[in-house]
Design a protein around this ligand. Sequence first.
Ligand code: ADP
Ligand code: MG
Length: 710
Amino acid sequence: MRPSLLDPLFASVRTLAGVGPKISALLLKLLGAESANMLEPRVGQLLFLPPASVIDRRNRPGVAFAEAGAIVTLEVTIDHYQFSPSATKTGAFMRGSVPHRVFAHDDTGEVTLVFFHAQRAWLEKSLPLGEKVIVSGKVEWFNGRASMVHPDHIAPVDGSEDLPLIEPVYPLTAGLSPKTLARAMRDALTRIPDLPEWQDKTLMARENFPTFSQGLHHLHMPQEPEDIAENSPARRRLAYDEFLAGQMALALVRAKTRRLSGRPLMGTGRIITQILANLPYRLTKGQEQAVKDIIRDLKAPERMLRLLQGDVGSGKTVVGLLAMAHAAESGGQSALMAPTEVLARQHFATIAPLAEKAGLKTALLTGREKGKERQRILTALADGTIHIIIGTHALFQEKVDYNDLVLVIIDEQHRFGVHQRLQLTAKGTAPDMLVMTATPIPRTLVLTAFGDMDVSKLTEKPAGRQPVTTAIVPVERLNEIVERMKNAIKQGQKIYWICPLVEESEHVELTSAEERFQSFLPIFGNKLGLIHGRMSGQEKDEAMLAFKRGDTRLLIATTVIEVGVDVPDATVIVIEHAERFGLSQLHQLRGRVGRGDKPSTCLLLYKGPLGEIAKARLQVMRETEDGFRIAEEDLKLRGEGELLGTRQSGTPGFKLASVEAHADLLETARKDARLILERDINLQSERGQALRLLLYIFGRDEAIRLLRAG
Ligand code: ADP
Ligand code: MG
């Protein structure tokens, strides 16, 4: 259970001054939901919103010396009012009417304060006649006279400490005023509980770190513009907290799982040799090396925790199969978990024939195997008859028992959380683990996402692959493309046609797959197939199978097929509204073709006009097929996108930390996390207890559940 000390940070933002249901909804839009069912953001979430910039209000030149257009703070005496006759009581003005004017002066000159919407009573109260007040805002000069239209701040002289001299500016959502946000933020700062320090004193001193609470205060009530900079001690402290929480969670998983000492799997090489003999191709050098790495790990007494990273189409599946064959030679069972049913079935279809030929018993287990069939599989798993089980997360549900699970392979890792990984691991005594990912992850991100796992990379594509030609085409040329597709089908080709959404949504004008299907039906007839996420598992299978067999030749699909689907003789992929897809998604989709020995084509259909970033993305797609370069460009473009948009941190999943700005801290955090756990694996020391708070604060409490489990 979360310590009650942290409750104030986990309270809804609605408990904050000036935040009702409407503002809360706007804040949710701004901050994003941490989980799908989250309706109101938390106080702590608000505090982790870094300001984008500041307004410096320290400039107090006096009226006469205020430069045109400059933001200044003035201490003035109110002389007289000139109220607008056309204003209504509520302060509303008619169009084109004259504003209220308030005349004031200081030692150096006179200034007119101008208000287009304000109530008389409010003006008289906040700018009392004959009294001194502080106003802050932009000064304009007109005909030798200074004026300030709607000062940003008005404060009595003795209340001037309320005036933010360095005012943080946050990214805003339409409808949310800076004042409302500032007020809520100030209130949020008062909710920070008195927390014990979890950071190491030496590091704190070396880095000049403030405390967690001080750090947040510096960030939201900066004394200097530099306080909010990414390299300020405050920001670095908070970034370090965030990194450390992440690295601790990863290191905990690793330490806990590795400590359960693995069992050496010696293998015999017999089954692997058989499988290799039956393969219609030779392994690439990368595949050979990866298999070697894995077998070495499996033979070692420690548990394997290895990431197999390889671009789409690089042939990870067969590497996984050989690893499982080695496990079987050693008398153990393996489980291969895929993120979707389509993928699980596809893996089964690829692996089962090869494995069975070599004498291995394989089975498939998803949510769809039910009743007697399911029972049969479960029994065979429990008595050890099955060597290789392939499935979805159904593999680690409670009722599934293994006889001797020694190897777990997770495909397309990024779709699974740490928690799910642990559940599956708990099924074996200490199964070795191989994670396969097609998403090319830049080096820095591997560290934040996986901690220090061992990595094998497949850098080359299997021999004989033809490059994919990519063209960018405006949607206006749809008819032309349809003609080309008709021809392609006549020549026996297979085509994926990708649509972004299943149903026409009110807000986003996207061509739906179903609609596209209907409009193509008269053209392509029974050669046309359809697959999307709302279909039942069986319908999806049938659609995939028909396409694989070639009964259908043009498969209309949503991004269901984004990850992993393998139909080697598909040679064309058309992506509608390509401008709406992210770069890595486009790359994944394109990876569905170019898998055989025939040249392939990728047509990116777009609807103009294109924004700068969308244009750059499509350009990158045309220029390169190199997944690693694409991943890097993606990160760059997203960084830019985030500067233009609302998000601040360039690192997915991080709010305050950025791998670009804080790379040095990430490395330190990784070492620190490891050291901490070496000394205090259960986080029981005083510092350990404090670190538990850190894990909760940054939403890494999955790792705490792990502590209790022991
Ligand atoms: P991914 O890494 O994207 O999961 P797959 O494992 O699905 O890639 O392999 C893509 C295709 O390449 C499959 O059709 C597979 O049979 C084929 N393949 C794998 N390794 C080789 C190889 N060494 N030579 C030729 N084809 C290969
Ligand atoms: Mg794959």
